[in-house]
Design a protein around this ligand. Sequence first.
Ligand SMILES: [Fe+2]
Ligand SMILES: [Fe+2]
Length: 186
Amino acid sequence: MLLFHLKHAVMKDLIRAKTLISENVERLLNQQVKMEAYSSAVYLAMASWCNRNGFDYSSEYFFKQAEEEREHQLKFYKYILDMGGNAVSPDVTINKHEYNSFREVFEDALDQEVNVTQSIKNIYANCLKEQDFVTNEFLNWFLREQREEEYKARRALELFDVIGEQGTGNWEIDKHIGKIKYDSEV
Ligand SMILES: [Fe+2]
Ligand SMILES: [Fe+2]
């Protein structure tokens, strides 16, 4: 039995020798793969709801967001493999397909982006502890991306207060959602 454990431990070390990331970081990155896939699926549900309710610009906006989240998922996925780790194709289920209001869609979208930022910061903190500077360098792109993602989500929600939902307000808001841009050189 002891021999088995010893052999097992050595085998595990051998496998680890081929990877540049720790088991802990690999687990966190796979968790992030799943989170990005989940975000993509949620944005797709939002695109459907907006389309069905006559908000065409917002529907297009969410289709684009869904595509971007899929790209994020693949970036994490490929990074895990590049580092010699085991990337796990995620199982994703979403249970919300309907929204009570146009505004609620954007409240959920902002919540989601804030959660993603928190999650990436958590991986960053873990990597710092482990001195995994390689992964942190990879994560820098995502930190910048989250700045843009949160900006856009906040800007969209602000439109509800600035324009107001009365009368044709929601249709006016929808038109402006199509024009939200974030270009920062810094
Ligand atoms: Fe993302
Ligand atoms: Fe995002």
